[in-house]
Write a protein that binds this ligand. Structure first.
Ligand code: ADP
Ligand code: MG
Length: 257
């Protein structure tokens, strides 16, 4: 009797059925009146759900989001110009399935990074892999990899994930080498992976951003915009909303950050 018990637990561990291993004793004590199928069903459902949660956590860690943001914490009433319906449509994640792009444009503080991360988190929860990078960090890494003869391997980091967030295009202008590395990522992801781009620069300024190379910029935009939802956020900076309010007579304490 005790041997069967030990063997079952031993095998559960060998098969890495951790959740069943942990829940089994409780079920043995509580489930006398349940059928074998009902108990097995409950144990397996628990194992599957635990694995799903664990896999989401792993993908979240791999994605390397710099801050935890979700679509649910984005205040659309603060940014009325934003096309809320378009954002709701994006929640269905057809853009991930179809390897399409999202481009978030607007000045600092309007929530581009917040929305980009929130959308990527939706994809991660639904089972997709994701990776977050700023444009500047990506090209710096790729430059370094080039020097060490490891460009191909490094490119894979940006090409392989189903969803890539490429944040902050345009904050730092790129030199010619950086612009070409950027172009390579855009080209390799084109129609292969879904990408969320964010920028504070209008299309007309992308030539300047991309090493002063207007031809390269139009090749980038051509691919980027081919299958793309563009959200132009024209509103005010959320970061400055409290400062503005503090200027008013009776500042209220929201207890926020
Ligand atoms: P951007 O990337 O456009 O410069 P961020 O996404 O970094 O802006 O937003 C700046 C800060 O303000 C972040 O903490 C973000 O979560 C918050 N924020 C911006 N817009 C909103 C909004 N509409 N609702 C809630 N929080 C917002
Ligand atoms: Mg940002």
């Amino acid at each position: 009797m005790s041997l069967v018990y030990e063997r079952v637990h031993d095998n559960l561990q060998r098969l890495d059925l951790r959740s069943i291993h942990e829940a089994l004793d409780g079920h043995l004590e509580r489930s006398q009146d349940k059928s074998f199928m009902d108990v097995l069903d409950a144990l397996l459902a628990d194992e599957v759900e635990t694995r799903r949660v664990r896999a989401v956590e792993t993908r979240m860690r791999t994605a390397g989001f710099p801050v935890a943001k979700t679509l649910d914490t984005y205040d659309f009433t603060f940014q009325p110009a934003i096309d809320r319906k378009a954002v709701e449509d994006l929640r269905a994640l057809r853009w991930v399935h179809n390897a399409e792009n999202i481009l978030l444009l607007g000045p600092p503080g309007v929530g581009k990074s917040h929305l980009a991360i929130g959308l990527a988190v939706e994809a991660v929860r639904a089972g997709a892999s994701a990776y977050y990078t700023t444009a500047a960090s990506m090209v710096a890494q790729l430059k370094q990899a080039t020097r060490r003869d490891g460009l191909e391997a490094r490119l894979r980091r940006y090409v392989r994930p189903r969803v890539l967030v490429m944040d902050e295009i345009g904050y730092l202008p790129m030199d010619a080498e950086a612009a070409h590395l950027f172009f390579q990522v855009v080209t390799k992801r084109y129609e292969q992976g879904a990408t969320i781009y964010t920028s504070n620069k209008a299309f007309s300024e992308w030539g300047e951003v991309l090493g002063g190379d207007a031809v390269l910029a139009s090749a980038v935009l051509d691919r980027l915009l081919h299958h793309c939802t563009v959200l132009n956020i024209k509103g005010e900076s959320y970061r400055l909303r409290n400062r503005r309010r503090l200027g008013a007579k009776a500042p209220e304490n929201e207890g926020g950050r």
